[in-house]
Design a protein around this ligand. Structure first.
Ligand code: PYC
Length: 330
């Protein structure tokens, strides 16, 4: 093993990447603690562009099979360029990059605490789409105050081949979401493969109809809502993430987008509690405060658990050292 190399810049030598794995309400996060590529000393936006354009193989290595899965979200820790922040973080998965990731931010804070890198219970994370404030409520529970969220469009009707007209809202919660109550099948774990197929069809239909987020951004998360199983929850969601895996957690950015829609419809007051259940039955407790220009600032509380710690190893003669990405749906 050549200790001087990283997965990013040494493709002709063996390398090791230090990681901590956790899950937040069932959804996994892999924090890259050391051994990531050298992205230079520019702004976070510039370093994000360098990662995406020059070191995309690092993302694939850290999250795709055989070291990862389509479910896994990677979190690369970087120096913040905003001095008020404790760290910067770039989120990604086996199919690409995420603006923000709610379950991932909770996982990052829990990981920093596990590593003894937090001086108190508060932490500020700089992400490519804004600053996220986090508070550790206990050893497991973290509240994040997410980036400002808003609904872009209400009651958008999209024609979906085989399904007919599906109506939903387009909203930003740190990623772009299409949110609908029109699921043709019950939002229940027994319907997981049908829900996945339906959500893919909706995603493709949105793309075909050129229904996007702001500035033509692709809507790459689809949320189907139904009644919760637990009497303590307000709603259950199935969330299709980019790449095709469903979110095992209630999706922090998705819950933020949901709050933005509820707030815009006058169905949830500032400070009022909303409990979002995931398709596996885990929960996020959420509320919001009023932000600027009609946006809301969501708070999301969930629990994360450390579940692994170690090194990813890359061997230069491994023909699939940067992962398997064949067969990925788009
Ligand atoms: O929690 O925001 C989230 C998230 C996005 C994709 C997977 N989880």
């Amino acid at each position: 093993m050549n200790g001087d190399c990283t997965a990013g810049d040494c493709t002709d030598s063996d390398y090791a990447v230090q990681i901590v794995d956790s899950h937040t309400e069932g959804e996994p996060t892999r924090v890259i603690v050391a051994g990531g590529p050298d992205l230079g000393a520019g702004s976070l936006d510039e370093r994000f562009a360098i990662l995406r354009d020059q070191f995309d193989h690092f993302r694939r290595m850290a999250t795709s099979e055989p070291r990862g899965t389509d479910v896994l979200v990677g979190a690369l820790l970087c120096e913040p360029d905003d001095a008020s922040c404790d760290t910067a973080v770039i989120f990604f998965n086996s199919s690409g990059y995420l603006g923000m990731c709610g379950h991932g931010a909770i996982g990052v804070v829990t990981t920093l605490a596990h590593l003894g890198r937090l001086s108190g219970e508060q932490c500020r994370l700089q992400t490519p789409v804004g600053i996220v404030e986090a508070t550790r409520q206990s050893a497991r529970e973290v509240t994040i105050e997410n980036v400002a969220s808003h609904r872009l469009q209400k009651d958008v009707a999209v024609e979906v081949l085989e399904l007919g007209t599906i109506t939903g809202d387009v909203a930003w919660g740190g990623n772009w979401f299409f949110l609908t109550n029109d699921s043709p099948v019950a939002v229940e774990p027994t319907n997981m493969s049908q829900l996945t197929e339906i959500a893919w069809q909706i995603r493709r239909a949105l793309r075909a109809a050129s229904i996007t987020g702001s500035d033509g951004a692709e809507i790459d998360h689809i949320e189907l809502f139904g009644p919760p199983a637990a009497s303590t929850a307000n709603s259950r969601s199935f969330v299709l993430c980019p790449g095709g895996a469903y979110d095992r957690s209630p999706c922090g950015t998705g819950t933020s987008a949901k709050l933005a829609c509820l707030a815009a419809d006058g169905k949830l007051a500032p400070g009022q509690r909303w409990v979002q259940e995931s398709i596996i039955g885990s929960q996020f407790v959420a509320s919001y405060r009023v932000g600027n220009d009609g946006a809301i600032v969501p708070s999301i509380t969930g629990r994360a658990y450390i579940c692994g710690e170690g090194r990813l190893i890359g061997q230069a003669d491994d023909p699939i050292q940067f992962g398997i990405s064949l067969g990925m749906r788009t």
